[in-house]
Design a protein around this ligand. Sequence first.
Ligand code: GLU
Length: 493
Amino acid sequence: MSKDTVRVRFAPSPTGYLHIGGARTALYDWLLAKKTGGRFILRIEDTDRNRFVPDAVQDIKDSLTWMGLTWDEGPDAGGEYGPYYQSERLALYQKYAEELVKAGKAYYCFCTSERLEEMRKKQEEASAPSGYDRHCRDLPADLIQKNRVAGLKYVIRFKVPRTGKTKVYDELRGEMVFDHETLDDFVILKSDGFPTYHLASVIDDHLMEISHVIRGDEWIISMPRHFLLYQALGWEPPAFVHLPIFLSPDGKGKLSKRHGATGVREFKEKGYLPEALVNFLLLLGWHPATDEEVFTLEEAATAFSVERISTSPVSFSLDKLDWYNGLYIRQLSHEELAKRCLPYLQQDGLLPDPCPSAQFTYLVSLMPLVQERIKYLTEISEAVGYFLRDEIEPPSKELLLGKKGTVEETRVILSEVAKVLASLTEFTEEGLEQTLRALAEKLQMKPGQIFMPVRVAVTGQTATPGLFQLLAALGKQKVIGRLKQASAVLAAQ
Ligand code: GLU
């Protein structure tokens, strides 16, 4: 692989489902790889056994796939730099940790958790700076040997130089300088033989030849540790790009669970299209050179550039996401929209799974009636339920009469409409319109007067697509049956 090849990695910890912050990182990774003809790598950082969530990896993979962010290397995809699960790379981390010890750049620490707890307490009482007190930093070699032979538990800590500073470099923020006095001798290998995030991430980024590390700006504080590790291992660090945090919609603090959905899976369940979520996330931290706001993934990959990523926090506005969703729903072909809606309808028991092709074709024919009306795919059941159900709940008398109708008049309307429609051999939009308008004239009523009770009778709703369109789509049998059902409601006391 040439030195100039862009290799970016998305490195989630499977401690939870994929968060939209992570999804944005993955998106920017993917875009940079596509733009430059590079590689997008998925690496699972599963070294924190206490916080491991068993189905998180599946959720992360499903969510990325749903968004169209397929990876070139990683779980399922394979690749020459694997394994791509950190838990399968333990021997590597152990080897480098031992090398650092041998080189005098790291050391065994045998401090028990009780001792560390006591140390913390004392620091707190004395309002002294917190952090490891370097108790084991200079243990004599024979004591280390003795402790190890005795099987004492230990961690390996990195020896942070006691004085001086480390300069780090971020592509967007430039140089930042960290004083060593603010850093303690951090753990690189835990007592169970697992690495900490810092060690594993530096080793893997180097061995996997990662050229750009893109991640949330909460990791900026880890940079001096990472740079110190690169230096100690004699490696060149990759380029770092830290993305701005999301603010809550009111702009008053970080976005969190309490502001609503934050997991990609939740957005999917709420009926958002992946195109909308991707487009929305694209502009949450990056801005194009033009004022264009609608981008497919491919268009975004062409337009994307690291320089146009912003460093200031970005407000998370659901209104904007909703706007994108409506836009993308209206852009889909009828067939594609039906396909996207199908799982939601199956989940609500309105269509069988698998869906027979005749029923799917019928669903496709309903799409022109509802495409302009739904904002989320989850609204589809409400929008087409009365088409798909054989029967609907009889509407209430109040709904049938509306504000002005009387029982007597409405009964006449429903029975006259049922009569003329029964005589039609064909149920076409134009034929239905002509017939019903002629009937209104004959009954000496305004067309609107007869359309509303018919609409309510056949759908159970007052807001629906155009009446003639929907009668044609419902078909004669359902229409006549429902008109009769509604008449019965009015006949009842
Ligand atoms: N495993 C870290 C996380 O979950 C990755 C941070 C990084 O990209 O370096 O966020």
